[in-house]
Design a protein around this ligand. Structure first.
Ligand code: G1P
Length: 293
Protein backbone atom coordinates (compact mmCIF):
# COMPACT_ATOMS: atom_id res chain seq x y z
CA UNK A 1 0.00 0.00 0.00
CA UNK A 2 1.21 3.51 -0.75
CA UNK A 3 0.71 5.91 2.13
CA UNK A 4 3.37 8.58 1.62
CA UNK A 5 3.88 11.42 -0.83
CA UNK A 6 6.84 13.69 -1.41
CA UNK A 7 6.43 17.13 -2.95
CA UNK A 8 9.66 18.81 -4.06
CA UNK A 9 9.13 22.57 -3.75
CA UNK A 10 12.57 24.07 -3.27
CA UNK A 11 13.24 25.45 -6.77
CA UNK A 12 14.00 29.11 -7.38
CA UNK A 13 11.19 29.81 -9.84
CA UNK A 14 13.52 31.55 -12.28
CA UNK A 15 11.05 31.15 -15.17
CA UNK A 16 8.48 33.22 -13.25
CA UNK A 17 10.60 36.19 -12.20
CA UNK A 18 10.02 38.84 -10.99
CA UNK A 19 6.91 37.41 -9.22
CA UNK A 20 9.01 34.70 -7.57
CA UNK A 21 11.82 36.94 -6.34
CA UNK A 22 10.48 36.92 -2.78
CA UNK A 23 7.64 34.37 -2.89
CA UNK A 24 7.62 30.67 -3.78
CA UNK A 25 6.26 29.76 -7.22
CA UNK A 26 4.28 27.04 -5.43
CA UNK A 27 2.31 29.81 -3.66
CA UNK A 28 1.20 31.55 -6.87
CA UNK A 29 -2.60 31.52 -6.79
CA UNK A 30 -4.76 29.96 -9.44
CA UNK A 31 -7.90 32.08 -8.80
CA UNK A 32 -7.77 32.01 -4.97
CA UNK A 33 -5.85 28.86 -4.15
CA UNK A 34 -2.07 28.41 -4.19
CA UNK A 35 -0.76 25.86 -6.64
CA UNK A 36 0.67 23.64 -3.91
CA UNK A 37 -2.76 23.30 -2.28
CA UNK A 38 -4.09 21.76 -5.52
CA UNK A 39 -1.15 19.33 -5.41
CA UNK A 40 -1.80 18.41 -1.76
CA UNK A 41 -5.50 17.98 -2.60
CA UNK A 42 -4.54 15.51 -5.37
CA UNK A 43 -2.74 13.41 -2.71
CA UNK A 44 -5.69 13.57 -0.33
CA UNK A 45 -8.15 12.68 -3.12
CA UNK A 46 -5.95 9.64 -3.81
CA UNK A 47 -6.05 8.51 -0.17
CA UNK A 48 -2.61 9.83 0.87
CA UNK A 49 -2.39 12.02 3.95
CA UNK A 50 1.27 11.66 4.94
CA UNK A 51 3.04 14.30 2.90
CA UNK A 52 6.64 15.49 2.99
CA UNK A 53 7.29 18.85 1.34
CA UNK A 54 10.90 19.48 0.38
CA UNK A 55 11.21 23.19 0.93
CA UNK A 56 14.12 25.58 0.96
CA UNK A 57 15.21 29.17 1.34
CA UNK A 58 12.36 31.68 0.96
CA UNK A 59 9.65 29.02 1.16
CA UNK A 60 8.34 29.66 4.67
CA UNK A 61 4.98 30.89 3.40
CA UNK A 62 4.23 27.29 2.29
CA UNK A 63 4.55 26.18 5.93
CA UNK A 64 2.42 29.10 7.10
CA UNK A 65 -0.25 28.28 4.54
CA UNK A 66 -0.80 24.78 5.95
CA UNK A 67 -0.55 25.98 9.58
CA UNK A 68 -3.38 27.36 11.75
CA UNK A 69 -3.91 31.09 11.81
CA UNK A 70 -5.93 31.66 14.97
CA UNK A 71 -6.15 35.43 14.59
CA UNK A 72 -7.65 35.08 11.13
CA UNK A 73 -10.00 32.31 12.26
CA UNK A 74 -11.30 34.48 15.13
CA UNK A 75 -11.92 37.42 12.81
CA UNK A 76 -13.83 35.25 10.35
CA UNK A 77 -15.87 33.68 13.15
CA UNK A 78 -16.81 37.19 14.33
CA UNK A 79 -18.07 37.92 10.83
CA UNK A 80 -20.05 34.66 10.97
CA UNK A 81 -18.77 33.60 7.56
CA UNK A 82 -19.22 29.85 7.93
CA UNK A 83 -18.17 29.01 4.37
CA UNK A 84 -14.86 30.82 4.61
CA UNK A 85 -14.25 29.46 8.12
CA UNK A 86 -14.75 25.88 6.89
CA UNK A 87 -12.47 26.53 3.93
CA UNK A 88 -9.71 27.78 6.22
CA UNK A 89 -10.00 24.90 8.67
CA UNK A 90 -9.92 22.46 5.73
CA UNK A 91 -6.45 23.71 4.72
CA UNK A 92 -4.98 23.05 8.16
CA UNK A 93 -6.63 19.67 8.53
CA UNK A 94 -6.35 18.28 5.02
CA UNK A 95 -3.22 16.17 5.62
CA UNK A 96 -0.26 15.47 7.91
CA UNK A 97 2.31 17.69 6.29
CA UNK A 98 5.99 17.49 7.19
CA UNK A 99 8.76 19.74 5.94
CA UNK A 100 12.44 19.28 5.30
CA UNK A 101 14.72 21.90 3.81
CA UNK A 102 17.00 21.32 0.85
CA UNK A 103 19.91 23.54 1.87
CA UNK A 104 21.60 23.65 -1.52
CA UNK A 105 19.77 23.45 -4.82
CA UNK A 106 21.39 20.41 -6.39
CA UNK A 107 18.50 19.31 -8.57
CA UNK A 108 15.28 17.27 -8.43
CA UNK A 109 17.16 14.03 -7.68
CA UNK A 110 18.86 15.61 -4.67
CA UNK A 111 15.51 17.00 -3.47
CA UNK A 112 13.94 13.53 -3.57
CA UNK A 113 17.00 12.10 -1.77
CA UNK A 114 16.02 14.26 1.22
CA UNK A 115 12.95 12.01 1.65
CA UNK A 116 15.03 8.91 2.44
CA UNK A 117 14.51 8.91 6.24
CA UNK A 118 10.85 9.82 5.92
CA UNK A 119 9.97 7.13 3.39
CA UNK A 120 12.19 4.37 4.84
CA UNK A 121 11.43 1.10 3.14
CA UNK A 122 8.13 2.05 1.55
CA UNK A 123 7.23 2.99 -2.01
CA UNK A 124 6.01 6.57 -2.30
CA UNK A 125 4.54 9.07 -4.74
CA UNK A 126 6.42 12.14 -5.95
CA UNK A 127 4.40 15.13 -7.16
CA UNK A 128 6.13 18.25 -8.46
CA UNK A 129 4.91 21.19 -6.38
CA UNK A 130 4.52 23.54 -9.35
CA UNK A 131 2.40 21.24 -11.52
CA UNK A 132 -1.37 20.87 -11.39
CA UNK A 133 -2.99 18.01 -13.27
CA UNK A 134 -6.70 18.39 -13.84
CA UNK A 135 -8.37 15.00 -14.27
CA UNK A 136 -11.48 13.03 -13.43
CA UNK A 137 -9.48 10.38 -11.55
CA UNK A 138 -6.55 12.05 -9.75
CA UNK A 139 -3.30 11.17 -11.52
CA UNK A 140 -1.80 9.96 -8.24
CA UNK A 141 -4.71 7.51 -8.00
CA UNK A 142 -4.10 6.41 -11.62
CA UNK A 143 -0.45 5.70 -10.70
CA UNK A 144 -1.36 3.88 -7.47
CA UNK A 145 -3.83 1.64 -9.35
CA UNK A 146 -1.08 0.71 -11.83
CA UNK A 147 1.46 0.19 -9.04
CA UNK A 148 -0.90 -2.17 -7.21
CA UNK A 149 -0.95 -4.31 -10.33
CA UNK A 150 2.76 -4.31 -11.21
CA UNK A 151 4.62 -3.40 -7.95
CA UNK A 152 7.38 -1.49 -9.72
CA UNK A 153 8.42 2.10 -10.41
CA UNK A 154 5.71 3.88 -12.41
CA UNK A 155 6.31 7.19 -14.20
CA UNK A 156 3.42 9.38 -15.35
CA UNK A 157 3.98 10.47 -18.95
CA UNK A 158 2.15 12.46 -21.59
CA UNK A 159 2.55 12.95 -25.31
CA UNK A 160 4.21 16.26 -26.18
CA UNK A 161 4.89 17.82 -29.60
CA UNK A 162 8.22 16.59 -30.98
CA UNK A 163 9.78 20.08 -30.85
CA UNK A 164 9.12 20.28 -27.08
CA UNK A 165 11.00 17.10 -26.05
CA UNK A 166 14.06 19.18 -25.12
CA UNK A 167 12.15 20.55 -22.09
CA UNK A 168 11.36 17.20 -20.47
CA UNK A 169 12.61 13.86 -19.29
CA UNK A 170 11.74 11.48 -22.15
CA UNK A 171 10.97 7.77 -21.93
CA UNK A 172 11.53 5.09 -24.54
CA UNK A 173 10.54 1.43 -24.59
CA UNK A 174 7.95 -1.10 -25.64
CA UNK A 175 4.28 -0.19 -25.56
CA UNK A 176 2.51 -3.08 -23.79
CA UNK A 177 -0.96 -1.56 -23.97
CA UNK A 178 -2.56 1.71 -25.05
CA UNK A 179 -1.43 3.44 -21.89
CA UNK A 180 1.51 1.41 -20.59
CA UNK A 181 5.10 1.30 -21.75
CA UNK A 182 7.80 -1.01 -20.42
CA UNK A 183 10.62 1.50 -20.20
CA UNK A 184 14.09 0.69 -21.51
CA UNK A 185 15.41 4.20 -22.05
CA UNK A 186 15.28 7.46 -20.11
CA UNK A 187 16.88 10.74 -21.12
CA UNK A 188 16.62 14.07 -19.36
CA UNK A 189 15.96 16.92 -21.81
CA UNK A 190 17.38 15.24 -24.95
CA UNK A 191 18.12 16.96 -28.23
CA UNK A 192 15.21 16.47 -30.64
CA UNK A 193 17.02 13.89 -32.78
CA UNK A 194 18.15 11.87 -29.71
CA UNK A 195 14.69 11.55 -28.11
CA UNK A 196 13.51 7.92 -28.09
CA UNK A 197 9.84 9.04 -28.23
CA UNK A 198 7.66 12.05 -27.52
CA UNK A 199 6.43 10.64 -24.19
CA UNK A 200 7.44 13.20 -21.59
CA UNK A 201 7.72 12.71 -17.83
CA UNK A 202 4.76 14.63 -16.45
CA UNK A 203 5.81 15.47 -12.88
CA UNK A 204 4.25 12.50 -11.04
CA UNK A 205 6.06 9.27 -10.13
CA UNK A 206 5.73 6.23 -7.93
CA UNK A 207 9.17 5.33 -6.69
CA UNK A 208 10.42 2.36 -4.71
CA UNK A 209 13.01 2.72 -1.90
CA UNK A 210 15.71 1.43 -4.31
CA UNK A 211 15.73 4.91 -5.83
CA UNK A 212 17.71 6.21 -2.83
CA UNK A 213 20.70 3.91 -3.49
CA UNK A 214 20.52 4.88 -7.16
CA UNK A 215 20.44 8.58 -6.27
CA UNK A 216 23.53 8.15 -4.12
CA UNK A 217 25.40 6.86 -7.18
CA UNK A 218 23.97 9.39 -9.65
CA UNK A 219 26.54 11.87 -10.96
CA UNK A 220 25.55 15.41 -11.86
CA UNK A 221 23.80 15.55 -15.22
CA UNK A 222 21.85 18.19 -17.20
CA UNK A 223 22.32 21.67 -15.77
CA UNK A 224 25.08 20.29 -13.50
CA UNK A 225 22.29 18.97 -11.23
CA UNK A 226 21.48 15.55 -9.81
CA UNK A 227 18.60 14.46 -12.02
CA UNK A 228 15.86 12.08 -10.89
CA UNK A 229 15.65 10.84 -14.49
CA UNK A 230 19.33 9.78 -14.38
CA UNK A 231 18.79 7.90 -11.10
CA UNK A 232 15.83 6.03 -12.62
CA UNK A 233 18.04 5.23 -15.60
CA UNK A 234 20.53 3.57 -13.21
CA UNK A 235 17.66 1.59 -11.70
CA UNK A 236 16.75 0.28 -15.14
CA UNK A 237 19.91 -1.90 -15.07
CA UNK A 238 18.27 -4.30 -12.62
CA UNK A 239 14.67 -3.11 -12.06
CA UNK A 240 11.59 -2.77 -14.23
CA UNK A 241 10.08 0.64 -14.80
CA UNK A 242 6.77 1.42 -16.44
CA UNK A 243 5.46 4.61 -17.97
CA UNK A 244 1.74 5.31 -17.70
CA UNK A 245 0.20 7.74 -20.18
CA UNK A 246 -2.02 9.73 -17.87
CA UNK A 247 -5.58 10.83 -18.41
CA UNK A 248 -5.72 14.50 -17.53
CA UNK A 249 -4.49 17.94 -18.45
CA UNK A 250 -1.16 19.11 -17.05
CA UNK A 251 -0.46 22.73 -16.15
CA UNK A 252 3.14 23.70 -15.39
CA UNK A 253 2.63 26.80 -13.28
CA UNK A 254 6.30 27.74 -13.35
CA UNK A 255 5.76 28.69 -16.99
CA UNK A 256 4.01 32.05 -17.54
CA UNK A 257 1.92 30.99 -20.54
CA UNK A 258 0.69 27.83 -18.78
CA UNK A 259 -0.12 29.91 -15.71
CA UNK A 260 -2.29 32.26 -17.79
CA UNK A 261 -4.08 29.36 -19.47
CA UNK A 262 -4.68 27.66 -16.10
CA UNK A 263 -6.17 30.79 -14.61
CA UNK A 264 -8.55 31.27 -17.54
CA UNK A 265 -9.57 27.62 -17.77
CA UNK A 266 -10.07 27.22 -14.01
CA UNK A 267 -12.07 30.47 -13.82
CA UNK A 268 -14.36 29.21 -16.58
CA UNK A 269 -14.97 26.06 -14.51
CA UNK A 270 -15.90 27.94 -11.33
CA UNK A 271 -19.64 28.40 -10.87
CA UNK A 272 -19.42 31.96 -9.57
CA UNK A 273 -17.15 33.17 -12.39
CA UNK A 274 -18.09 31.06 -15.42
CA UNK A 275 -20.81 33.26 -16.89
CA UNK A 276 -19.52 36.78 -16.23
CA UNK A 277 -15.92 35.79 -17.03
CA UNK A 278 -16.92 34.18 -20.34
CA UNK A 279 -18.88 37.32 -21.23
CA UNK A 280 -15.84 39.43 -20.35
CA UNK A 281 -13.52 37.29 -22.48
CA UNK A 282 -15.92 37.38 -25.43
CA UNK A 283 -16.11 41.12 -25.11
CA UNK A 284 -12.37 41.75 -25.16
CA UNK A 285 -11.77 39.24 -27.93
CA UNK A 286 -14.49 40.76 -30.13
CA UNK A 287 -13.53 44.35 -29.38
CA UNK A 288 -10.84 44.96 -32.01
CA UNK A 289 -13.28 43.81 -34.73
CA UNK A 290 -16.04 46.08 -33.40
CA UNK A 291 -13.61 48.97 -33.28
CA UNK A 292 -12.66 48.44 -36.91
CA UNK A 293 -16.29 48.92 -38.02
C1 G1P B 1 11.50 18.11 -14.28
C2 G1P B 1 12.05 16.73 -14.60
C3 G1P B 1 11.68 16.32 -16.03
C4 G1P B 1 10.17 16.40 -16.20
C5 G1P B 1 9.67 17.81 -15.84
C6 G1P B 1 8.15 17.89 -15.87
O1 G1P B 1 12.16 19.08 -15.07
O2 G1P B 1 13.46 16.75 -14.45
O3 G1P B 1 12.15 15.02 -16.28
O4 G1P B 1 9.81 16.07 -17.52
O5 G1P B 1 10.09 18.17 -14.52
O6 G1P B 1 7.73 19.21 -15.65
P1 G1P B 1 12.07 20.66 -14.75
O7 G1P B 1 10.79 21.13 -15.35
O8 G1P B 1 12.11 20.81 -13.26
O9 G1P B 1 13.28 21.25 -15.43
Amino acid sequence: MISKAVIPAAGLGIRFLPATKAQPKEMLPVIDTPVIQYVVQECVDSGIEDILIISGKGKRSIEDHFDRNLELETKIQEKEDEVLYTQLRHIEDMANIHFIRQKELNGLGDAVFHARCHCGNEPFVVLLGDTIIDSVIPVTQQLIDTYEQYKQTIIAVEIVPRDKVTRYGITGGKQISDKLMQVDELIEKPEINKAPSNLAIAGRYILTPEIFDALEKTPRGKGNEIQLTDAMKLLLKHDNIMALTIEGKRYDIGNKMDFLKTTVEFALKRKEFAKPFKAFLRDIIDKPEKEQK
